[in-house]
Design a protein around this ligand. Structure first.
Ligand code: SF4
Length: 685
């Protein structure tokens, strides 16, 4: 029955699930969320939202919410007061032997202001650059690859440029599930006449609407992108004036691409010659083609090469850094993964992508923060786990990430947490990682705090407190400030607004961004250098941000993936998102107000299932070189035989017990998209 009492308040905020950044109007009554409406004037979503943003909010009042800090005593986590828990952490941190014996994993779920403060805590209160965030597991290759190619580690164009493009090349992404509002907008653009090339092993919904669908074997993207570059050059679809005036590295790429004939690329990838040629011409003959891509490009052993060789196509075509080009657009996964990187929650970069190793940069931050800073880049997430297992880490603080569920090779992550003397965890719920921690702080969700997020197209937007935090809960900002105070360090940043102002004063990319402006302008794209700068939705119109002002083509050869199928492990497992859930599912699995998928199936192509004697729903044992899991089978005609697919939203399913510890050779991003496995039907009773 509908509650007849009137709504008391509407609060406008930004969705805390995926990186699209939809604007939501949230209605409350008696301090409870009643309903959520997508804002019709939302700058990204224009009145749309997906099932998560629209309905998955009742986790906020879930009885499972943590409402007291927990400290491990006698092997058990027991509730203690805030003072006691803060003291335990501060006492331990005061006693560590070296600053680099501490590491912190910041959070793409936290606000920009919290990420700024967390990296400041590591660098100022402890004196280490051992700070990283989950971009390491998804789009670190984008940040590295795009920065090397164009000068900045973000997407080149605003999402609204989609409305002007006449062709879309969508690579390694299923936005219908992972970024639903983007998926709908791309589909609408196709219905309106844009041509669509999809590069994805799975026949996704958008692939069904594509003019051509390339289905490369997982791990062969670089060969396909080099093959497309070969065809753009061979068939005269390059912008010679653009290459002459604004690009470096053409001769090297032309020489390398000459080795990637369609026949050779077809042999490597399994993509037919005809489809490759068709795709090259759909992209190359368009007046304003746009590239969108996702984790199917980045989560590979050579993910950064994938990003750079994909970006080559836009450069060859002159479709980036111009008023008409659609550019190169990474679809960032989590709500604020772009912002976590922007704020310097990275081991080698201070806020605004300024290098810790650069003396001039460091001196500016040292003056602002009135301290000396470490100059050596810190540990990345996989290196943090290595250090913990080797006894070199005395404290690891994990903020809002369930690393035991989402990071690859669960057994090695578990060993790292077991070996670390103090694991601190900030979370809403007693996640698998929280259960393994020594101290757990209960913290506020995105609907209970103020600040800002940055979405996938570099758009700062406001996050507003919709309801008061649950009793006993504090914000990440408060927790880190309070531990620092116990260590005798005043981090400043008393409010989110003051934190953003401090960041703006030290990071020229964000110099003109403030809460005040966002409250009146609703969104600002960085770079935005001064208070009267309107921001730059489209980058590089005059020059690229590299040292020489040119875009840098990458002559990178195809190298094989870390895992290949063999007789012992004949199938390739690809993992990815499903539409209804978000990461480890801690929030979306606690939303009884909407019918969400309630299990984690293994998608198996029907002919493979028949060969194994599997029926829909049967349990199947999946074994990789790293671990084992048992999942129910779901018939999936969208797969190529020999490939299986799974989400990772149900920790109990143990999908990441299977995945490999191998990572991108530049950034360490895990090779989630290529795990060799074998399947065995289990007896059903
Ligand atoms: Fe929009 Fe993503 Fe939130 Fe869905 S999950 S409403 S697409 S921001």
């Amino acid at each position: 029955l509908l509650d007849p009492r009137p709504i008391e308040q509407w609060t406008r905020t930004t969705c805390g699930y995926c990186g699209v950044g939809c604007t939501l109007d949230v209605a409350t009554r008696d301090h409870e969320i009643v309903t959520v409406h997508p804002a019709s004037d939302g700058s990204v979503n224009r009145g749309h939202a997906c099932v998560k943003g629209r309905f998955a909010h009742s986790f906020v009042s879930s009885p499972d919410r943590l409402q007291s800090p927990l400290v491990r005593r006698g092997g058990e986590l027991v509730p203690v007061s805030w003072d006691e828990a803060l003291d335990v952490v501060a006492d331990h941190l005061r006693a560590i032997h070296r600053p680099d014996a501490f590491a912190v994993i910041s959070s793409a779920r936290a606000t920009n202001e919290e990420n700024y403060l967390i990296q400041k805590f590591a660098r100022v209160a402890i004196g280490t650059n051992n700070v990283d965030n989950c971009a390491r597991l998804c789009h670190a290759p984008s940040a590295a690859g795009l920065a090397t190619t164009f000068g900045l580690g973000g997407g080149t164009n605003a999402f609204d440029d989609l409305d002007r493009c006449d062709a879309v090349l969508l690579a390694g992404s299923n936005p219908t599930d992972a970024h639903p509002v983007v998926g709908s907008r791309i589909l609408q653009r196709v219905i309106d006449g844009a041509r669509l090339v999809v590069i994805d092993p799975r026949r996704t919904e958008l692939a069904r609407h594509a003019d051509v669908h390339l289905r490369p074997r997982p791990g062969t993207n670089v060969a396909v992108f080099n093959g497309l570059a070969h065809l753009l050059i061979r068939d005269g679809m390059i912008d010679e004036a653009f290459l002459r005036n604004r690009v470096a590295g053409y001769d090297e790429l032309r020489d390398l691409a000459s080795d990637y004939s369609p026949d050779r690329v077809s042999d490597i990838s399994g993509v037919s010659v005809d489809e490759l040629v068709t795709a090259a011409h759909l992209y190359g003959d368009a007046a304003a083609p746009a590239i969108f891509y996702g984790l199917g490009v980045t989560e590979h052993l050579h993910g950064t090469d994938g990003v750079r060789t994909l970006a080559n196509l836009a450069i060859l075509r002159g479709a980036v850094g111009t008023a008409t080009g659609g550019g190169v657009n990474p679809l960032r996964g989590q709500n604020n993964v772009q912002g976590a990187c922007d704020m310097g929650a990275l081991p080698d970069l201070l806020p605004g992508y300024q290098k810790v190793a650069d003396d001039t940069v460091r001196q500016r931050f040292e003056a602002g923060w009135r301290t000396s800073l470490p100059s050596t880049p810190g540990l990345r997430i996989p290196q943090m786990f290595d250090a913990a297992r080797q006894g070199r880490l005395e404290a690891l603080w994990v903020v809002g990430e369930d690393v035991l569920s989402t990071d690859p090779d669960t057994a090695s992550v578990r060993a790292a947490l077991d070996a670390c003397p103090l694991v601190i965890c900030n979370d809403l719920f007693l996640s698998a990682t929280a259960q393994a921690a020594n101290v757990v702080f209960p913290v506020a969700s995105w609907l209970e705090k103020d600040g800002t997020f940055v979405n996938f197209d570099r758009r700062f937007q406001r996050v507003r407190r919709v309801v008061e935090p649950r009793d006993g809960v504090r914000t990440d900002l408060e927790v880190f400030r309070q531990v620092a105070a116990r260590l005798g360090v005043d981090l400043g940043c008393a409010t989110p607004a003051a934190t953003l102002d401090e960041c703006a004063s030290l990071a020229p990319l964000f110099g003109g961004i403030s809460e005040q402006r966002l409250d009146s302008d609703s969104a600002l794209h960085w770079p935005c250098g001064t208070p009267d700068d309107p921001g730059r939705p489209t980058l590089y119109l005059d020059r690229f941000a590299t040292a020489d002002g040119r875009a840098h083509l990458a002559a990178r050869p195809y190298l094989p993936p870390g895992a290949e199928p063999d007789p012992s492990f004949p199938y390739i497992l690809v993992t990815g998102r499903r539409a209804e859930h978000y990461n480890s599912g801690e929030m979306t699995r606690r939303t009884p107000n909407v019918l969400l998928r309630a299990d984690e199936p293994l998608d198996v192509e029907p002919s493979d299932a028949a060969a194994l004697g599997l029926r829909d729903g049967d349990p199947v044992e999946v074994t990789s070189r790293f671990g084992r899991a048992v999942l129910p089978v779901r018939f999936a005609a969208e797969l190529v035989p020999g490939q299986v697919f799974s989400g990772f939203h149900f920790p109990a399913a143990g999908v990441n017990e299977l995945t490999s510890p191998l990572g991108d050779d530049v950034t360490g991003c895990p090779e989630y998209k290529v795990t060799a496995v074998r399947l065995r039907a289990l007896q059903t009773t």
